[in-house]
Design a protein around this ligand. Structure first.
Ligand code: G1P
Length: 289
């Protein structure tokens, strides 16, 4: 019997230098796709998957995220007095139940593995999901919902994977795949940001993970990997043999919102996916061709 996944970690400490000057005084996770910040998509995906506790690993200059998931009294009072009930509903929908969100800081940028480790005391002895808000996935069923279903079949550690172009593979964690059953594949090895020609496959790790709490023991050894950082993929690879490690080939279209082109592409795709915007946006796009 697998233990249910009730908690999720959101590493949101990154500086977002690729989006300067937009991110000079605003966290990159607050950049909107159409009209919703990236981080809210990630939180909603986790809520859909049944997550009950949300652990944010933040850093300096990230308080806008905390404010976003809190009451905005002036705004709410104003919307209420003007009877703008739709807008009020949208504002209130961002607020989780009291105590559902916890914030801790990653004081130094030592890598994703280190960010995840910063959440260990909130996680305790349960399995936990990790969602990277930069990886935005558009699809019928949320990626984490799909993964949790698969996790209940196989247990252990799991990560989302997808095929990427050979020239892009060095920017990712890369999976050495074993036996496959449907969308689930055994992982025999993992390499973080392999050099050109060294990647074991074209299957890249995408920012959705389910981790067993044992991973924190490994992360506590502070072993450095690619780029001198404490890498989550390395820690997962070192757990091989101790517990199952599977990749999950999710259904849906993924956008890399950590780069400008991917971010723009996501805005277009999400706008085209909305009934109220599809026509006018398609019209504008046609005018460019
Ligand atoms: C991180 C992970 C990497 C993964 C990627 C997905 O890298 O370390 O394994 O493939 O996210 O977006 P980053 O993009 O933070 O360099």
């Amino acid at each position: 019997m697998t233990v249910p996944v009730r908690k999720a970690i959101f590493p949101v400490g990154g500086l977002g230098t690729r989006f300067l000057p937009a991110t000079k005084s605003m966290p990159k996770e607050m950049l909107p796709i159409v009209d919703k910040p990236l981080i809210q998509y990630a939180v909603e995906e986790a809520q859909e998957a049944g997550i009950e506790e949300f652990i944010f690993v933040t850093g300096r200059g990230k308080t806008a995220i905390e404010d976003h998931f809190d009451h905005a009294y002036e705004l709410q009072t104003m919307l209420d007095s003007r009877q703008q009930s739709e807008a009020l509903k949208v504002v209130k929908a961002t607020i989780p139940l009291p105590g559902q969100i916890a914030y801790t800081r990653q004081q130094e940028p030592l890598g994703l593995g280190h960010a995840v480790r910063c959440a260990r005391n909130f996680v305790g002895t349960e399995p936990v999901a990790v969602l990277l808000a930069d990886d935005l996935i558009l699809g019928e069923t949320g990626c984490l919902t799909q993964m949790i279903r698969a996790y209940h079949e196989v247990g252990g550690n799991m990560l989302a994977v997808m095929e990427v172009a050979p020239e892009e593979i060095s920017s990712y964690g890369v999976v050495d795949p074993g036996k496959q059953k449907g969308r689930i594949m055994e992982v025999r090895g993992l390499i973080e940001k392999p050099q050109t020609g060294q990647a074991p496959s074209n299957l890249a790790v995408i920012g959705r993970y389910i981790l067993q709490p044992k991973i924190f023991e490994d992360l506590g050894r502070f072993e450095r990997g690619a780029g001198g950082e404490i890498q989550l993929t390395d820690a997962m690879a070192r757990q091989l043999g101790l517990q199952p490690l599977n990749g999950y080939r999710f259904e849906g279209r993924r956008f890399d919102c950590g780069n400008k082109v991917g971010f723009l592409e996501a805005n277009i795709a999400f706008a085209l996916d909305r009934e109220d915007m599809r026509e006018p946006v398609a019209h504008i796009l046609r005018s460019f061709s």
